[in-house]
Design a protein around this ligand. Structure first.
Ligand code: NAP
Ligand code: GLV
Length: 306
């Protein structure tokens, strides 16, 4: 059994060594053009040339949760694409989003500015009933985030394509329910996959439906957000601010207005990192399961796009 590793933004060697240790019977190597075709591939944003050489693949494992970059490629029809299914990401995402929500809700930026100037100042406590949080996408990450926000007693709404049930969360489903979901929320967290249906979904119209003084947390993909619409809504005062972890172009270009906007927090696509050891264990477990003919979680539906 041959496993090939092709990672566009990381050194493949530790992945090769980890997979080899987890599957000692396999022949694992970092892809070189012209290698014999492999049975299994472990990839992040591989070049089309890599895909074109893989004529015998049983499955392609993506070393991230989002498969938008992979689905841009010409993949052989019927190829099984498997994404990371949590693998240590959901707890990171929950802590990132809760941090952003609480930092804004408790006005920690304002307190920090005051204390830097030696001011002992109180702000009026806010009622969390006035700060309903909406989570777009109730999948692996969105559900964990919604549950974590409930721990702090925020009213939480969720929105998904098909109906979901998450205890304590008001769940909305489908396009027809989007407006009711948005008008119920002051803080909006985006955890949708990037698909033709969700591209540009964070725009003047949708963000304009949030309660006044709204706050956006985009942790999914940069192409979900229409950048100029966000800036316009910040200028008009309808939005109070945003925390952005993902961007249309990454790294965020040096001259992009998001860098210097006083009410934006920018982080470098780091809200939920791929954890190598957890991911290798998950992928090795799935290869073994597929070899035994068992089903695995995280198989991508190419028609849905996630
Ligand atoms: P997931 O388990 O596939 O969940 C996706 C959720 O979005 C599901 O609830 C799905 O609805 C919903 N959805 C999809 N299309 C929709 C539509 N058109 N309308 C309404 N809801 C829709 O994905 P995940 O593992 O939670 O990951 C979500 C995304 O997070 C990834 O695709 C990736 O882009 C991003 N991500 C970012 C980072 C980072 O560091 N910033 C890290 C990891 C992942 P159903 O429940 O009905 O299927
Ligand atoms: C990161 O953005 C991922 O999709 O895993």
């Amino acid at each position: 059994m041959r496993i090939t590793v092709c990672l566009s933004q990381q050194k493949p060697e530790p992945w090769v060594a980890g997979l080899q240790a987890a599957l000692p019977g396999a022949q694992v190597s970092a892809w070189q053009p012209g290698d014999p075709p492999a049975d299994w591939a472990v990839v992040w944003a591989p070049p089309q040339a890599f895909i074109d050489e893989q004529t015998d693949l049983r499955a392609l494992f993506n070393t991230g949760a989002g498969v938008d970059a992979l689905l841009q490629l010409r993949l052989p029809p019927g190829l099984r694409v498997v994404r990371l299914d949590d693998a240590g990401m959901s707890v990171q995402m929950a802590e990132y989003v809760c941090h952003a929500v609480i930092r804004h809700f408790r006005e920690f930026d304002g307190y920090e500015a005051d204390t830097r100037e030696g001011r002992w100042s109180y702000r009026k406590p806010r009622s969390r009933a006035d700060w309903p949080v909406g989570v777009m996408g109730l999948g692996v990450l969105g559900t964990r985030v919604a549950q974590a926000l409930r721990v702090f007693d925020f009213p939480v709404h969720g929105w998904s394509r098909s109906p979901r049930e998450v205890p304590g969360v008001v769940c909305h489903a489908g396009e027809a329910a989007l407006d009711g979901f948005l008008t119920s929320c002051r803080v909006l967290v985006n955890l949708l996959p990037l698909t033709p249906q969700t591209e540009n979904i964070l725009n003047r119209q949708t963000l304009g439906r949030l309660l006044p003084g709204g706050y956006l947390i985009n942790v999914a993909r940069g192409a979900h957000l229409v950048d100029d619409d966000l800036l316009a809504l910040l200028d008009s005062g309808h939005l109070a601010g945003a925390t952005l972890d993902v961007f249309r172009t990454e790294p965020l270009p040096a001259n992009h207005p998001f860098w210097s906007h006083p009410r934006l927090t920018v982080t470098p696509h780091t809200s939920a990192r791929t954890l190598r050891d957890e991911s290798i264990a998950q992928i090795a477990g799935k290869i073994a399961a597929l070899q035994r003919g068992e089903p695995v979680a995280g198989v991508v539906d190419p028609v849905r796009g996630y």
